[in-house]
Design a protein around this ligand. Sequence first.
Ligand code: C2E
Ligand code: MG
Ligand code: MG
Ligand code: MG
Length: 279
Amino acid sequence: RAKQEGRHAYRFFTDRMNAYSIARQLQENRLREGLELGELEVYYQPQVSLPECRLVGVEALVRWHHPADGLLLPQSFLSIAEESGLILPIGAFVLKESCLQMKQWLEMGIAPPVLCVNLSLQQIAYCNLVQLAHDALQHADLPAHRLELELSETILQACGDTERKTLETLRGMGLRIAIDDFGAGYSSLANLLQLNAEKLKIDNRFIGSLSQPQSETIVRSTILMAQAMGFSTVAEGVENQEQLEKLIQLGCNGIQGWLIAQAMPAQECTRWLGSYTVR
Ligand code: C2E
Ligand code: MG
Ligand code: MG
Ligand code: MG
């Protein structure tokens, strides 16, 4: 009898697994199709300095206009993109598209100093990122120092020798590197230093809870560490004036968040940049 039940349990389990993998497969096919049909779009979110609030950068953030489900954020499709390898063509699309946009802003005289583009580990590990970045810059006729690659602290931990070499080559070409979502992982200080990054972005979660003494302590010591290592600091997810004032007090170099602007479609960001007067 026990055997019988066991068999039932097994069948139930495989049925669920099948349902799961079929759903995944459908989502993957839909994402591939969406990419081919041009349903993916790059949004842009400004970064400003503290305390002057000068424009210091714009981050490219991918969105998916799903025909049935509406506007989708990366959290609802990036894991499928990673699992399926679609992150490679998606990443290439974001890089190429945003470099062209940056070039247009430069020609209009409203460009921020840098364009920031997020990378996934697969992009560093499997595809020819050096060639890809080179081509995107050349295609847009954009100087390398205008492009900053954002790598999360978690990705940096997972980088091996090959990936680190790739990053070194990119640094050698004049691209900038930012450590994204800092505080969410546990990198060794030696690894951080070796990376030779320009910028360290403090993770949203500590800014959201900045009024709590524990988060304030983490942010304060992160800023001190970054200063000692020669990185500038940008706080992500700054939503209100209290957070802004606290960050100025703590010596943070910049902010990104809804207090300044949300991520916007290119046209809207063009209007935003054109009317932003603090430079
Ligand atoms: P991230 O790089 O840390 O980007 C910052 C995220 O915080 C963005 O979420 C942004 O919309 C959101 N945000 C900005 N200001 C505020 C605020 O004031 N409050 C709150 N609550 N959130 C704010 P988004 O656009 O949903 O992107 C999520 C993550 O997806 C990004 O986190 C990044 O890791 C990843 N991602 C986005 N675009 C790409 C891409 O093209 N390639 C890769 N590999 N990853 C991407
Ligand atoms: Mg980022
Ligand atoms: Mg971030
Ligand atoms: Mg983040």
